[in-house]
Ligand binder design. Structure first.
Ligand code: SAJ
Length: 424
């Protein structure tokens, strides 16, 4: 008789692996969290975490104390192994699968008959079949009969990972039906959403298609924001009115698409289908062009102002209310400003250390010519514009997210510019 409580070994304790480890542990499983980064392991041993994610710290702390979550530098014998290591892009925009390969190799000595192996890392199609299975075969176990293998992509949104881990629907692609069912039983201990079963390549495709769908839609609206500036229309008004149509749901334009998912995964499709993935590639390039577009807008706004010009950036993360700067388009914007000798100050309450960091906005705005609202962190919602007006050399604001109240800002004596609306 199978017991519901398993020993689970999770390889990779990043933004996906650690929340999954804590979630399995809080549902009564014994979890061994494995990572090659000493900092991660040292922190976990003390019940601490080195990433910012709502409620994660408490959950991890509780499970370390309960003894259900243990940190380890090496895998151990277990019932199930979950691989959740990063799959970054190489310089030539190919998936770097070396960490997945290493992680899979690392579990071979610990595999036993009846074990489950799940890949969660976002991967190009064919990864389970062509990379994982050949390695797992070295265990001597019969795949699908003695070792149950499959792909179960994560789908959680940074900022609400713990909620989405439980409530989102999941897709599981097993190497055979039995593998899918075994993996489903494991995840069902905490997943309240529906769990849909399919084959491995379909599950792999679904994961990258989901993020590509979003990337392409954002590219569409980013392109429209350029077109609106060119035609003298206001993209935000256009979106608001178009979205009243029952079948239209236009996304939000912004300074670009960052993070470790949308800015990366579409390339996995392009890599495997270079001739066919035309819109997908162009969408990626369009989103990547946004920091340059914002930079050009800044140049235009400040063209009559004496150098050295100072720009104050609000927010450097890839999106609001998180601490993650991976692939952040704002970093690229800052590089362009650097290249053209702008003086720069930046504020981000979520990021502990970065170049140009100034703790307070009023300090950062001192002698500044322009404030750029780059990330719509909640802390930027209500600024003291009266104080900022006194500190700045020129009272100008560029809002890349339609976040501020234009009328209020103009009443305070600022000139207000908005992405997607031509400079007046
Ligand atoms: N963005 C826009 N306009 C929008 C929406 C987002 O410019 O209308 C930008 C954000 O500012 C950010 C980037 O896109 O720079 C990505 O942000 P996001 O909130 O859309 O997504 P991620 O990368 O944080 O998480 C995505 C999610 N995927 C989908 O929504 C399809 C999440 O469910 C995935 O689990 C995650 O990728 C992942 O790990 O793959």
């Amino acid at each position: 008789m199978e017991t519901n409580k398993k020993n689970i070994c999770i390889i990779g304790l990043g933004y996906i692996g650690l929340p999954a480890a804590a979630m399995f542990a809080s549902n009564g499983h014994k979890v061994i969290g494995v990572d090659i980064n000493n900092k991660v392991i040292d922190a976990l041993e003390k019940g601490e975490v080195i990433i910012e994610e709502p409620y994660l710290k408490n959950m991890v702390e509780q499970e370390v104390i309960s003894g259900n979550l243990i940190a380890s530098k090496k895998p151990q014998v277990a019932d199930a192994f979950i691989i959740a290591v990063p799959t970054p892009l190489t310089k030539d925009k190919k998936a770097d699968m070396s960490l997945v390969k290493k992680a899979t190799e690392s579990i071979i000595p610990y595999l036993r008959k009846g074990n489950i192996v799940v890949l969660e890392s976002t991967s190009p199609t064919g990864t389970v079949k062509n990379l994982i299975i050949p390695i797992l075969k070295k265990s001597g176990l019969k795949i699908g009969e003695e070792l149950y293998v499959g792909y179960c992509p994560e789908r959680v949104l940074p900022g609400q990972i713990l909620f989405e881990l439980v409530n989102n629907n999941r897709i599981i692609g097993g190497v055979n039906r039995k593998s899918s069912e075994k993996i489903k039983n494991l995840y069902q201990t905490f997943v309240k959403g529906e769990i849909y079963l399919t084959d491995t390549i379909t599950a792999e495709m679904c994961k990258i298609v989901e993020n590509t769908y979003r990337d392409v839609n954002i590219a569409f609206v980013n392109e429209l924001s350029k077109i609106c500036e060119n035609t003298g229309t206001d993209i935000w008004e256009v979106i608001k009115l178009c979205n009243k149509h029952p079948r239209i749901n236009i996304h939000q334009p912004g300074p670009g698409v960052g993070g470790h998912c949308l800015a990366v995964d579409p390339w996995f499709i392009v890599e495997k289908n270079p001739e066919l993935a035309r819109i997908i590639k162009l969408a990626r390039e369009t989103n990547d062009s946004m920091p340059q577009f914002i930079f050009n807008k800044i140049e235009n706004i400040l063209k009559n102002i004496k150098s050295p010009k100072k720009v104050t950036i609000l927010g450097i993360t890839y999106k609001a209310n998180i601490d993650d700067t991976r692939e952040s388009p704002i970093i690229n914007l800052i590089k362009l400003l650097e290249e053209y000798n702008y003086k720069i100050s930046a504020v981000d309450p979520y990021v502990k250390e970065f170049k140009y960091k100034v703790e307070t906005i009023s300090e950062a705005a001192k002698d500044s010519d322009l404030i750029v609202l780059a990330v719509n962190h909640k802390e930027f919602r209500e600024l003291d514009f009266d104080t900022l007006a006194k500190k700045m050399r020129n009272k100008i604001i560029l809002d890349t997210r339609n976040y501020f109240d234009k009328n209020m800002i103009e009443r305070k004596g600022f000139k207000y510019y908005l992405l997607g609306k031509a400079n007046e």
